[in-house]
Unconditional design. Sequence first.
Length: 113
Amino acid sequence: IKIVNLNNRYMGMVRQWQEFFYDRRYSHSYMDALPDFIKLAEAYGHIGMRIEKPGDVEGALKEALKLKDRLVFMDFITDQTENVYPMIAAGKGQNEMHLKPCKAVVPTDRELA
């Protein structure tokens, strides 16, 4: 079993909704007190890996896949402003999903630079 955590140190989908539909009025979405996921995995006898650089992704995946008989928890540290797609707005159907930023999005500082 391999578990992949895309860790942006936020409640990512909550932050994304607040960015798109609430004009970036963030509330209760920053997680400044997250557990150390690596130590948590190791406390249960599993293997924990933290991947912080894009250049380390391929090597980490290969290493994890070699461990066929072990549970590996992989904590990928991502950009805090990265969004996830597809996204389905409240009350909408799967045929109405957003595959990219929707019109309600306010440009991020990164996009304005």
